[in-house]
Design a protein around this ligand. Structure first.
Ligand SMILES: [Zn+2]
Length: 112
């Protein structure tokens, strides 16, 4: 399993209640979420802060620590785009900025 830290794409993602992809508990997503994936890079949803903390303590070589996660949330309190309408406008125009932003929103990636 891998964890990547990823910025919210648009404002409605922040504060969105979701189930942790690891433990199944409900939590509110922050401006930066811990995106979990299997070893084959299949998406597992986002990991809650408690799981980030546990995994980072268990194996800080492989997972971001809770300190890194919290620092990322402090550093990137805003989503990449100001509104979902802005994203839709850019997608309609097939603006490459959207694809670039999809890649750029990963601020911590697991080393493979
Ligand atoms: Zn969890």
């Amino acid at each position: 399993m891998f964890i990547d830290l990823m910025r919210a794409f648009e404002p409605s993602e922040i504060g969105h209640e979701e189930e942790c992809g690891v433990c199944g508990e409900t939590f509110a997503a922050g401006a930066v979420v811990a995106s979990a994936a299997t070893d084959h890079r299949d998406g597992m949803g986002n990991a809650c802060p408690a799981c980030v903390e546990a995994l980072g303590r268990r194996n800080p070589e492989r997972f971001p620590t809770i300190e890194v996660y919290e620092e990322a949330n402090r550093r990137y309190p805003e989503p990449v785009f100001g509104s979902v309408e802005e994203v839709m406008r850019l997608e309609e125009r097939r603006d490459p900025a959207v694809d670039e932003a999809y890649d750029a929103r990963f601020i911590w990636r697991a080393a493979l």
